[in-house]
Design a protein around this ligand. Structure first.
Ligand SMILES: NC(=O)c1ccc[n+]([C@@H]2O[C@H](COP(=O)([O-])OP(=O)(O)OC[C@H]3O[C@@H](n4cnc5c(N)ncnc54)[C@H](OP(=O)(O)O)[C@@H]3O)[C@@H](O)[C@H]2O)c1
Length: 326
């Protein structure tokens, strides 16, 4: 009998469980100290990032023609920011800009037709901002598209590539070109509108979307380490389900829609994001499920996957109907 076949799988699982239990017990005992240490570093970051009054700040928002981006524009306008709003639908952008001026008193609002997947559009926009304002205080990377089909159901792999193009390459390429202007401002911000799906794994029908949001996390956490000495503060926001137009723009032939019955409003979501941006938070998790998921991710990955997978049926209307019918 070879050495390989003599390994007792039960013994392997048991010994790895013992090691995990010892590590977990040590971790639990150290929790109060770890909590205090984390609090100290959060406080230090807050001290370095503030004060940051929004009034007069140059704020660029991608995907400002609807949903969360539109409401972010209103919240920044209300607090006196100079706005540069971009998206592909110029008619919608014009309406948003008008509301910023008429309802929220904004005096300086520029709109720009820009597709974040086209480098020439992004470069042109950055050149315009450079000529008019010479700095960016806050870059909000919100433009995004989603999906709603199992991988084996999508008719064309371009769905996955297109999502990556908008959500990941659109945001990272925009940042690359905006960096010199971000460096011209004091305590500037980069805000990424990610998703709870980058914290809670095991949500089906969104493999490409979830991947794009995980990729953003990897990219921007690394970039934060590069930019910390330049006093550029990166905030990643993780909203749960938010009532917007995202069901209409979902890629693919037959996408399952998000169920909005318990969704947060885009207005509430945006207010929380702007508040966290002002405070210079490293991350903003918008739901309790997300906060719990963040803690469980490293300690109970199998349990978290199970809970997330079972709960995910509540996120999609068609799946809910199936459960009712069973
Ligand atoms: N709704 C949710 O439940 C939820 C939850 C978590 C995270 N999010 C994230 O929130 C962000 C905003 O989504 P939303 O829910 O507000 O959906 P939405 O109403 O559909 O807004 C998406 C925005 O992205 C813009 N956009 C899409 N493709 C673009 C491109 N190639 N170039 C430039 N702009 C583009 C759209 O503008 P045009 O079509 O005019 O270009 C639109 O303004 C996304 O990143 C999404 O992943 C949403």
């Amino acid at each position: 009998m070879s050495a390989l076949t003599q390994i007792n799988p039960l013994a392997v699982i048991t010994s790895s469980s013992v090691v995990s239990t010892v590590i977990l017990t040590g971790f639990v005992l150290a929790l109060p100290f770890l909590y205090l240490a984390n609090f100290y570093f959060r406080y230090k970051r807050h001290q370095a990032a503030t004060p940051w009054p929004v009034n007069g700040k140059v704020v660029v928002i991608t995907g400002a023609s609807s949903g969360i981006g539109e409401e972010l524009a209103y919240e920044f306008a209300r607090q006196g920011a100079k706005l540069i709003l971009c998206a592909r639908r110029v008619d919608k952008l014009s309406n948003v800009a008008q509301v910023c001026k008429d309802k929220y008193g904004a005096v300086d609002v520029t709109i720009s037709k820009a597709d974040v997947t086209r480098e020439s559009d992004v470069v042109r926009l950055i050149e315009t901002i450079s000529a008019t304002h010479d700095k960016i205080d806050c870059l909000v990377l919100n433009a995004g598209v989603s999906m709603g089909e199992a991988l084996e159901k999508i008719s064309d792999f371009s769905v996955i590539k297109d999502i990556m193009d908008v959500n990941y390459f659109g945001s990272t390429m925009f940042t690359y070109h905006a960096l010199p202007l971000l460096k011209n401002a004091e305590k500037s911000r980069i805000v990424i509108v990610s998703s709870l799906s980058a914290i809670i794994p095991g949500v089906p029908y969104r493999s490409g979307y979830n991947a794009s949001k995980y990729a953003l996390k990897g990219f921007f956490e690394s970039l934060q380490a590069e930019l910390i000495n330049d006093n550029i503060f990166i905030t990643i926001a993780y909203p749960g389900v938010v009532k917007t137009e995202i069901n209409q723009s979902r890629l693919g032939k037959n996408p399952i829609s998000l169920d909005f019955s318990n969704a947060m409003s885009a207005e509430e979501c945006s207010k929380i994001i702007v508040d966290g941006t002002i405070k210079g938070h490293k991350e903003i998790i918008l739901t309790n499920m997300g906060r719990l998921g963040r803690i469980m991710e490293g300690i109970f990955p199998d349990l978290l996957f199970h809970l997330s997978y079972s709960r995910s049926k509540n996120y999609f209307s068609e799946e809910k109907e199936k459960v009712k019918d069973q």
